[in-house]
Structure formats: structure tokens, C-alpha cells
Write a protein that binds this ligand. Sequence first.
Ligand SMILES: C[S@@+](CC[C@H](N)C(=O)[O-])C[C@H]1O[C@@H](n2cnc3c(N)ncnc32)[C@H](O)[C@@H]1O
Length: 242
Amino acid sequence: MSVAAASQYLYRDIAIEVRPGVFLPNKTTELLLDAVLARDLGAKAALDLGCGCGVVGSVIRKLSRVGSMQGSDISSVAVANARANASRLGLDIEFREGNLFEPWAGRRFDVIIDDVAAVADPIARLSPWYPPEIVCDAGHDGTINTIRMLDRAGDHLAPGGILFFPTVSLSDEVKILQAARSRFPRVECLLKKSWPFREDFWQRIRENETARGLIDDGIIKVVQRGSRWLWDTSIYLASVAP
Ligand SMILES: C[S@@+](CC[C@H](N)C(=O)[O-])C[C@H]1O[C@@H](n2cnc3c(N)ncnc32)[C@H](O)[C@@H]1O
């Protein structure tokens, strides 16, 4: 019997181990970290929601002045991986397992960094990011987790608190932004970046009728530049009143 090996992800000089069955950090992770680290979080309590291997919480705990860090994920394998990374890096982070904010009943944070799965299910299953053992379940248009998160985030933000969340053009971003703007007084885009599809991924999308339908219906958005097709990631900041 062969045992799958862990992978390693590097952000700046911080090495994060990613165990089999746990989401491998990608371009969205990188852009989210860049956006969060560009702001001075000060001495605040922060939550890494949808922590996977714990990369976001660990990197931010290590490189920022954040006062405390918690993290959670629906996957027990991910939570164990996140705990192991934080411990190896000597970081004081509390991780819990559970659906969205369920592990944090009654708790409020100054900073929430959301990264729950947000890719349209038919696209996620064709992508290199979501093998069957990794939870996506973001729905046909990729909005379910993010809109549920937006619904509840206000109950877990302290006065003046801020929420970072990514959107990808592989979900219905218009619907997500409408939901964000109807729930928060201020929503701003901090960073946006386009990425070329991996050839094999784009080929699978072209050959899949449901995935093509999502593009034809304008639910997910891809653009052509030269011979390449691209998708994009945006990082948003929503804030509540002080
Ligand atoms: C896009 S990955 C991000 C993981 C990590 N932040 C990274 O960049 O590598 C999304 C994570 O959300 C988790 N997830 C999916 N649905 C969730 C839910 N309802 N509640 C909590 N976590 C969820 C998945 O298990 C996965 O680890």
C-alpha cells in the first residue's frame, strides 16, 4: 500500500505542510495574504474561516502584529493539519472544526478573513483544486458558502470590525457582491488579478456541457487574451460601523 506524501507551500520564507486530502493553497490564497498583510491589523483578534492547512492564519500570525488568531474549517483533516503547522512554526493559534461560524457561537472578532470554498461546483470538480475528498459544495453558481458567511459575519464582528473575502470569476460574483452590499455599509475591492487557466483544466471545461452553460449564461466569467483564457480573483473588504 502506498501512502500519499504531504506537499509543501511556501509564502515568502514560511513553509506550510499540506497533507493529503487538504486544499493546496493557490493563487487566491496568495492574493488574500497580500491584501491582508498590506494593512496594519494592530493588536486585534482575528479569525481564519475555512482555514484548510492553516496557511492564512499562520502566515498572518507570523508576519503581522495581530493580537490573537483563531481558525476553523469543516474538515477534520484540515484542522489537524492546521494545528500541526502552527505548532511546528511555534505559533499560538486556536483551531476548531465546524461549519462556517458554528464553532464560534457568541464570539466576536475584530478581523475575519474568510476563505471558504467559493467555486461553482461543476467547475470545482473539473479543477485541479478540488479532488473528491476536498469539500467545495458551493452550489451550482458557487455562491452558497460565501452568502451564508455574509449572512452571519455581522454577528461575529466587533464594532468597527472588518471582513476580508475573496471572490473568483468562477462563481456568480455579481450575486455575491449584491449580498455583501446589502449587508455591510462599506464594501471595497482591494486587489484584483487575472490568471491563465492550466491547459488541461480549460480543456475539461470546454468539453463539459454544464460548465459551458455556466459561461454561456454569464454566471461565470472568463476572458480571452491572445491564445490564453483567463479567470480572475478579487479580494474585498467589508466593514461594520464603529
Ligand atoms: C479554498 S479552500 C481555502 C483553504 C486555505 N485558506 C487555503 O488558502 O489554502 C476552502 C476551505 O474551506 C473549507 N470549507 C468548505 N466549506 C466550508 C464550510 N461550510 N465551513 C467551513 N469550512 C468550509 C474547505 O474544507 C477548505 O479547506
